[in-house]
Design a protein around this ligand. Sequence first.
Ligand code: ATP
Ligand code: MG
Length: 319
Amino acid sequence: MATSEQLKSLIKAHIDCEDENFKTVVLQIVAYEAKLGHTVLAREIKTLLDKFSFNNKILQLTNQNPMLELRKSDIRFNELIVSEEVHKRIYRILEEFFNSKKLHDYGLKNRRKILLEGAPGTGKTMTAFVIAHELHLPLFVVQMDRLVTKFLGETSAKLREVFDSINSLTAVYLFDEFDAIGSNRGMDNEVGEIRRVLNSFLQFLEQDRSNSIIIAATNNKRVLDQALFRRFDDVLHYSLPSANDAEKLLTMKLVFFAKDFVPSKALIERAIKLSHAEIVNICDDAIKRLILEEHEITEEELVALVDERLYIYSAQEAY
Ligand SMILES: Nc1ncnc2c1ncn2[C@@H]1O[C@H](COP(=O)(O)OP(=O)(O)OP(=O)(O)O)[C@@H](O)[C@H]1O
Ligand SMILES: [Mg+2]
């Protein structure tokens, strides 16, 4: 057992948030226990300490860099309903990451600079969460708004900090709503700064030799120029759901609430005019009614909910 002095020092270091002292005392305890022949205990404590160091590293990074937000992800690949093409490409990213060492031995690199492009609500942000979860990596979302507004004038320096983090801690880094800096470099922006930031981003991206996965997502393809596309290892295109996708999504979302529910052709035909996110919202609306009004989920109700949304859009377009 650790001595009373060691225990007191340990508690003091914890209360004072003295990470280095805390680690030193733990290592002293490890050495002490090992000397007493308690090798299993010593090893267990050492393993715990290793975990502590890892978590701590993440916290320090996020504390130091206000542009990185650490997000938790538990979304599995099979929850993401995408075209066969996108599915294959995501699978390839995962497979190459898991085999990166093997590839490296042959002088090859795994795909890890990825651009996701396509309609709103089709699963781009969700894909970053899926990749992080499947690779067992932390996910950091780069706070684009802070990058271009709050730190305007020092944005390149801030970008460098982000890429330093990318280099020092292997994780998935998502540059979401990428349009914020991805505007066409030929266009005359109100703020010349945006163009400078984009150039810096391209340079940093090109120079990056880390093991991290860098994902940029946008729903505005037109504002992205060729130079940008070239810098990525892969570009994934997201579109509104196919009939098959809409059917899968409706069934997956409602399976626990509407037993034996099979979406009709009429429902699917309407649903494909909406994004995945909107179909999920419709299912949630129907589930809410089921819970609050004890009203069974019916085909007619779902059709009405889809029509309601389509009607709002047609009214907006007319306006
Ligand atoms: N392909 C999909 N499969 C399953 N669920 C989806 C899919 N796309 C969207 N969703 C649902 O909609 C929500 C929002 O989707 P997400 O944020 O990934 O869209 P996005 O493509 O990033 O949109 P935006 O371009 O507006 O940022 C998800 O959290 C999920 O519940
Ligand atoms: Mg998104």
